[in-house]
Design a protein around this ligand. Structure first.
Ligand SMILES: [Zn+2]
Length: 131
C-alpha cells in the first residue's frame, strides 16, 4: 500500500482520522496552526488537543470562481465542532446548490486524496460531509 501523508499538519490519518488543535494552556483557546503566542491571551504554552470529528455548519458560501485547476462550484464552510474548535473546510458529498446546505446542518469529517507524487506517496486532505 502506498504511503499517505496529511495535507495539513493538524490532520491525523489512520483508521480514525481526526484533527488535532493547539490548545492554549492559559485560556484554552484552540488554533489549527502553529503559534508563537495565543491570539486571545498572549500566553506561549500550548498542548495538543484532539477535536471532535462531527459538528455543525455555522456559515457557508458556494464558490463559483477559482483557478483553472480547481473544480467549481464547491461549498466552503465554517464548521463549529462538537466540544469546541472551529474549522474552515469544504462540504463534500452534496450538490453545491443553496438548498443542499443549511446553517446548523450536522456534518462529519471525511478524508480524500488530493494528489500523488512520482514516488506514489498520496497527500490526503479533509472536508466535511452531511452526518
Ligand atoms: Zn490563551
Amino acid at each position: 500500500m502506498a504511503e499517505q501523508v496529511p495535507y495539513v499538519e493538524y490532520l491525523t490519518l489512520g483508521s480514525d482520522p481526526h484533527l488535532v488543535a493547539s490548545e492554549c494552556r492559559s485560556c484554552g483557546a484552540l488554533f489549527l496552526d502553529r503559534r508563537n503566542a495565543c491570539a486571545n491571551c498572549g500566553a506561549r504554552e500550548f498542548s495538543p488537543r484532539r477535536l471532535a470529528s462531527e459538528g455543525v455548519v455555522r456559515a457557508f458560501t458556494i464558490v463559483h470562481r477559482a483557478t483553472p485547476d480547481v473544480k467549481v462550484p464547491y461549498v466552503s464552510a465554517i464548521v463549529d465542532l462538537d466540544g469546541g474548535g472551529v474549522v474552515k473546510a469544504n462540504i463534500v458529498d452534496v450538490d453545491p446548490v443553496p438548498d443542499q446546505v443549511t446553517p446548523g446542518m450536522r456534518v462529519a469529517l471525511t478524508t480524500f486524496g488530493v494528489g500523488t507524487d512520482s514516488a506514489g506517496t498520496e497527500a490526503v486532505g479533509f472536508g466535511y460531509r452531511p452526518a
